[in-house]
Design a protein around this ligand. Sequence first.
Ligand code: CMX
Length: 437
Amino acid sequence: MDYIKQRLIEIGHPKADIVRKLTKEHGDKVIQDVKMGQVMTGMKGVVSLLTCTSKLDPEEGIRFRGYSIPELREKLPKIHDDGEPLPEGLFFLMLLGEMPTKDDVNFISNQWAQRGHGIPPHVFDVINALPKDAHPMIQFNTAILAMSTESQFRKAYLAGMDKKDYWGPTYEGVMDLISRLPIIAAYIYRRVFFDGKYIDPDPSLDWAGNLAHMMGYDSEEIKRLMRLYMVIHADHEGGNVSAHATHLVGSVLSNPYYSFSAGMNGLAGPLHGMANQDVMHWINKMKREIGAEEPSKEQIQEYAKKTIEKGQVIPGYGHAVLRKTDPRFLVQLDFARKYLPNAPYIKLVSNIYEVVPEILLSTGKVKNPWPNVDAISGALLTSYGITEFPIYTVLFGVSRALGVLTQLVWDRLYGLPIERPKSQNLAWFMEKAGITE
Ligand code: CMX
């Protein structure tokens, strides 16, 4: 058994005892009242999930095991001192709750490099059977499901396994799956946009650097961007759709591939991860309709107002939890200002940031008028020549695997049971409200 699994046992088993104690000895404790409005608006604010990998504060934004994004940028191991943190380190931190050393990061990097070779050939056949113009998220998710033939969890379950041991084969599946996602993502990218001219992984590169390399980008700056991108999109607590869907499906002991695939179906929605490409569509449509490469702030204002009047959302703005500018937006802006001070799309995104919040506020209903992670990520990728918008959500998905699959390992370490909230019909809610129609 490798030292990470050993450490998971040392840390995880006492925590699983606490979860059992909370259930058995404190199960009747009331922790929260739930309001009618919370149920009707997507369970906002209802505490109903146990997640330790990250915590989202409405004002401050995300913290991963207690560390903010600026702190991660400072403390997580990097390849170059002035570079960006390695996602391998964030995975270690989320998994074990401990800041990794360079050796820890190298261990994970090597594990993923080795395990990446194990993609069975039928997975590529399955991708190739899809039309080339099938959205990359369809191809990505189909490949994830096709890879579940490799699931060690199902084999171990059928062989007969103590409940306490479920986390072990889950961890193995999670490590395999994460190692293979960049290869799958790059394969889809090269298949759809570069006539199937594939690029082999470079064993000397880290996980995110290799993704950039296999996509066809070898500059150090793009690799830095990819590392940052993979870190900031990795996790956003347990209640976001991709995390919650992964957890929900995982709660019936579906293997990590099925569980993650559920999360990726959720990520493909325009109100979640698909927003990153919708932002670019919105910007380009605005440029076309206005007939200007660099629309003025007044023109952006007008266009944003029109979008709202048509009953549409402005992609990249708003959030179900956040009530301030997303720190994931700010860190990307910081990166852009350092490396791409004159990029037209970054200037445009900055101008949009200056005018759109006021317009959203003026609607009187938008709870958070500020930009989220998706408001700028596409502009950054585009500025580096990665102009194929449909791949953006796939990149988000590769990163999101780090968080939601770590959560899945912990779900199994804690021994969490099947998730089964209660639903009621409309008459029940009307009776509670004391109304008849
Ligand atoms: N543009 C226009 N209207 C918006 C808006 C936006 N960016 N954000 C919210 N609103 C509207 C909602 O549609 C809702 O309108 P109705 O009352 O008419 O239904 C109203 O404002 C209140 O919504 P809210 O409570 O502020 O926001 P929700 O928690 O319901 O939704 C989110 C959050 C992210 C889905 C929403 O802000 C949105 O649609 N944003 C645009 C899409 C986007 O950027 N999604 C990515 C989020 C980050 C991610 O997961 O990747």
